[in-house]
Write a protein that binds this ligand. Structure first.
Ligand code: NAD
Ligand code: UDP
Length: 333
């Protein structure tokens, strides 16, 4: 089976490439390298001892995209912009890339009679939770343009399936992906100052940043700091393999990929101190605008429909993040 992977050079994409190659799939990666590098794909080849085709192209270049997917059986669609703050400042870029880009992709798939797609959605589509843990039938609403693009694409996919029930569509709602491949060859390589907690902590631990700002300690959580469901990126990548396998029959299904356990910011800091052997300096700062107190998944639907559960602990997430950070102090360089 040959899988066309948009955004396959990115953080979650590269780990999924490894998972697919290790399990005998052929892959074609299509990426414009706006937030990634060819080096990451070379490292996928080093880890798997396999080579594969990668094409430098934008998903909005419909002709190149359509020609590139000839002969593929299914698509995993990672390509997109993902920074919440940036999406508030540049909403048109986000709608164009994430929504218009996905429309181009779906038309190209129709042209090639490929009707199987796994889409990267996000727990952000649940907005501020009405109840926890979050089940897939929790009401959907978002508070920023990035989240809105995910929600709109989800709706497009549901409408597409309603119009043609031969489609096989899996919408995966990721919680907070962290960690790196255990080889230390691939991992998250944020450009500039990291927005997310784990890469920021890793840069404090290695001395690239002086201290972590903990955004708020007055939330109604057990220690006052924000609680999230951190999931190891290798577990997440495995979830994509299971999603592809579950798509043997037509459907349009949304599934949470999380562990079901929430950890606070201070718990992550402590776990990282143990994993790295370094002190993580931090200071309590005001809440970050738009942040919610707590967010974690109900992971039962994934267990039932995908026969998948996250296996890796917070300790392993921190250990593998630290391993990647120390082996690549400047990322892919
Ligand atoms: P990433 O930025 O590392 O990977 C995305 C890849 O897509 C990059 O390689 C980038 O160069 C490519 N890309 C972007 N726009 C493109 C375009 N127009 N044409 C071709 N390629 C393009 O991000 P990631 O963390 O690997 O996330 C993958 C997907 O998962 C994204 O859709 C993201 O919104 C979603 N997601 C990520 C998280 C997270 O915390 N990392 C959480 C929930 C959902
Ligand atoms: N956070 C923090 N300092 C940072 C980055 C994040 O205290 O420099 C907190 C943030 O307020 C949230 C948690 O860490 O409670 C996870 O934030 P992240 O940006 O990684 O994920 P998201 O907010 O998208 O769930």
């Amino acid at each position: 089976m040959k899988i066309f992977i948009t955004g396959g050079a990115g953080y979650i994409g590269t780990h999924t490439c490894v998972e697919l190659l290790d399990n005998g799939y052929e892959i074609v990666v299509y990426d414009n390298f706006s937030n990634s590098s060819v080096e990451a794909l070379r490292r996928v080849e080093t880890i798997t001892h396999k080579s594969f085709t990668y094409i430098s192209g934008d998903i909005r270049d419909e002709t190149l995209l359509s020609n590139s997917m000839v002969g593929c059986d299914a698509v995993i669609h990672f390509a997109g912009l993902k920074a919440v703050g940036e999406s508030v400042a540049k909403p048109l870029e986000y709608y164009d890339n994430n929504v218009n880009g996905t429309l181009c992709l779906l038309r190209a798939m129709q042209k090639n009679t490929i009707k199987t797609i796994v889409f990267s959605s996000s727990a952000t589509v649940y907005g501020d939770p009405e109840f926890l843990p979050l089940t897939e039938d929790h009401p959907l609403r978002t508070t920023n343009p990035y989240g809105q693009t995910k929600l709109v694409v989800e709706e497009i996919l549901r409408d597409l399936y309603a119009s043609d029930p031969q489609w096989k569509i899996m919408i995966l709602r990721y919680f907070n992906p962290v960690g790196a491949h255990e080889s230390g060859l691939i991992g998250e390589d944020p450009q500039g100052i990291p927005n997310n907690l784990m890469p920021f902590i890793a840069q404090v631990a290695i001395g690239r940043r002086d201290y972590l700002n903990v955004f708020g300690d007055d939330y109604s959580t057990h220690d006052g700091t924000g609680v999230r469901d951190y999931i190891h990126v290798v577990d997440l990548a495995h979830g994509h393999l299971k999603a592809l396998q579950a798509l043997s029959v037509p459907q349009c299904t949304a599934i949470n990929l999380g562990t079901g356990t929430g950890y606070s910011v201070l718990e992550v800091v402590k776990a990282f101190e143990v994993a790295s052997g370094n002190n993580i300096a931090y200071q309590i700062s005001p809440r970050r605008e738009g942040d919610i107190a707590a967010c974690y998944a109900h992971p039962q639907k994934a267990k039932e429909l995908l026969h998948w559960s996250a296996m890796k602990s917070l300790e392993t997430m921190c250990r593998d993040t630290w391993n990647f950070q120390t082996k690549n102090p400047k990322g892919y360089g």
